[in-house]
Design a protein around this ligand. Structure first.
Ligand SMILES: [Zn+2]
Length: 172
């Protein structure tokens, strides 16, 4: 029999687990947690000591993603959740639509234009260039300077009103 006395799972509270996950930040955008980004998908308790966290990685090209699994395990271990299982789910694939509203606001406050909701982005269907709002002055009068910004996940734009360059978090 597994001794549960010292385990946080004795009084399992999913909200507590989500709070811990909220403390784990994206390796590339430190203002966003894995909850804000929609990387942390599900918290499952299977009974006994079996806590499972399901994550969907963002852009597979982001090199630091693989470290998240270890970070999650470590953070949970520290709070008494012993040996949680972290399962990576690749299908359905993560999309920028999974970013929470709070996450989008944090991103903009950080100076990065949040991804457009792909479902509402009709301009792409007609081949029109997307108008991305400047995170500083909110002007839609912007132009793409480069398809790649500070990382492959972002594109570099410039605002034609305040003339500031800014990163745009690309939709996928
Ligand atoms: Zn601007």
């Amino acid at each position: 029999m597994v001794e549960l006395v010292a385990s946080a799972l004795k009084n399992f509270d999913p909200a507590q687990v989500w709070t811990i996950l909220e403390e784990i930040k994206d390796p590339e955008i430190p203002v966003l947690s894995i909850v804000d980004l929609g990387i942390a998908r599900e918290v499952k308790y299977h009974g006994g000591e079996q806590l499972e966290i399901i994550i969907s990685p963002t852009y597979s090209g982001c090199p630091a993603m693989y470290m998240l699994e270890e970070q999650i395990k470590e953070a949970l271990n520290h709070r008494g959740f012993i040996d949680p299982i972290v399962t990576t789910r690749l299908s359905p694939a993560w999309t920028t639509d999974w970013m929470t509203e709070t996450g989008r606001q944090k991103l903009e406050a950080y100076g990065i234009a949040p991804p457009e909701k792909t479902t509402t982005n009709k301009s792409v269907l007609f081949g029109g260039q997307k108008k991305i709002s400047c995170p500083r002055c909110k002007s839609d009068n912007s132009e793409q300077i480069s398809e790649f910004g500070s990382t492959a996940c972002k594109a570099l734009y410039r605002c034609l009103d305040c003339l500031e360059p800014f990163d745009y978090f690309k939709c996928i």
